[in-house]
Design a protein around this ligand. Structure first.
Ligand code: PEP
Length: 254
């Protein structure tokens, strides 16, 4: 049985005070779902990581970075390494988010290097893949996602516990227009098939694969009941502690 995972991507939102305030509201709202299934992960901006980590002490909430650099230290202005993330208490890191791929021109090659450095640094990468609207309209969604998976994982050994994949169709991110649960299930089953071919069926069936793209409390249930969907990566709706706690509750009640 795969673990369910619900991850918040705060993007470039919330300073330290706001992060602390959020956790003070969020933890009591979790109530009796303060446990490791689902695994609840919050990924704030780098500048709020330590504050967030301190604030969640005593709870089961885990923290993660939104990006990572592939070297551990050196002359790389503006970058943050795996040891720096773990030093701030991170257990996870988002890699290959579409905003980084499309706004910051992040390449598959660099995403591969970031996955390698995450694993070498004892961080679990949340690898994001997904097609643009144009690619979907041109019937290229599967090819694009297959390519992203192969390139991101090239030469990398994974185990059941050290990878999470998030299927995030670019056209559904931050738009309020979510993929239909059937389409998300279809693509996520396809991703699991890719993992099976890249590794083996046992491993593929043990890796959590999340859906991301305009998830909110009103639609989480429709996704979590699908056979291959193990949770969600949530952007906008994770910024509100009450809304996010309801999304977690929906995953818990599955
Ligand atoms: C995301 O940023 O990963 C995301 C899914 O955003 P949103 O939930 O706002 O669509």
């Amino acid at each position: 049985m795969r673990k369910k995972v619900i991850a918040a991507n705060w993007k470039m939102n919330k300073n330290r005070g706001e992060a602390e305030d959020y956790i003070n509201k969020f933890l009591p709202l979790l109530g009796n779902i303060n446990a490791t299934d689902p695994e609840v992960i919050i990924c704030p901006p780098f500048t709020s990581l330590q504050t967030l980590h301190d604030a969640v002490q005593g709870s089961y909430v885990k923290t993660g970075g939104q990006d990572i650099f592939w070297e551990t230290s050196g002359a790389f202005t503006g970058e943050i390494s795996a040891p720096m993330l773990t030093d701030c208490g991170c257990s996870y890191v988002i890699v290959g988010h579409s905003e980084r791929r499309h706004i910051l021109d992040e390449s598959d090659y660099n995403i591969n290097r970031k996955i390698k450095s995450s694993l070498a640094g004892a961080l679990i990468p949340i690898l994001c893949v997904g097609e643009t609207l144009q690619e979907r309209q041109n019937d290229l969604a599967r090819q694009v996602v297959k390519d992203q998976m192969e390139k991101a994982l090239l030469g990398i050994d994974i185990t059941a516990g050290n990878l999470i994949v998030a299927y995030e169709p670019v056209w559904a991110i931050g738009t309020g227009v979510n993929a239909s649960p059937d389409d998300a299930q279809d693509m996520i089953a396809f991703i699991r098939e890719q993992l099976s071919q890249l590794y083996n069926p046992e491993l593929a069936s043990a890796i959590p694969i999340l859906y991301g793209g305009s998830v909110k409390k009103a639609n989480m249930h429709d996704f979590i009941i699908k056979a291959d969907i193990d949770g969600a990566l949530v952007g906008s709706a994770s910024l509100d502690p009450r809304e996010f706690s309801e999304i977690v509750r929906s995953v818990k009640n599955g």
